[in-house]
Design a protein around this ligand. Sequence first.
Ligand code: DX5
Ligand code: ZN
Length: 218
Amino acid sequence: MNKLIAPSVLAADFANLQRDVEMINQSEADWFHIDVMDGVFVPNISFGMPVISAIKKHAKKTMDVHLMIVNPDQYITTFKNVGADILTVHYEACTHVHRTLQAIKAAGMKAGIALNPHTPIAVLEDVIKDIDMVCLMSVNPGFGGQSFIENTYKKVKQLKNLIEFSGATTLIEIDGGVTDKNAEQLVEAGADVLVAGSYVFGSQDPIATIQDLKNRIS
Ligand code: DX5
Ligand code: ZN
């Protein structure tokens, strides 16, 4: 499959959000990665429904919404209504992962499960065929601009093995600390989607940076 780049809007200039959304539209990026933080599951608060609706108004690409919130079940249809195409919840925030996956799909979205850096791949063994995408956190969730955790490579390989062994079609997304230094190695290990926030938005020319990342992984 074609490898994908998903710039994280968390690193955008919120006072110029439409400009940054248009930049992603015009770039080689494949998806919008949208980080929702509740100040409970993670020690930070980002943005919620009104901001996602505003992004959706201008976004011309897939909306990949990453929920770093407790009790995600209670908002599934709301996130569908504000424009999510893929809805990812954290394994660590769900008591009934299988039920949550079915509810996301029933609402008409692709279903993702995110794993914190300390959560082993093995916890997904019995639900892997129900998951459209696994988001492997390569930093501790809550903030952009953190350093990539090297143990992620091992987890990508383990997850890839589990997906192939199970005959699943699950995508592997990597989130946190992605740069030109690790993009190729992540894709070689089995990653399908790379999220990049501060590396893209902190660069002089974000469109060229996205293009460069895309070239490295194609
Ligand atoms: C972290 C978020 C990430 C973040 C990535 O909690 O889930 O999506 O925006 O940002 P960078 O690429 O700066 O690590
Ligand atoms: Zn994210």
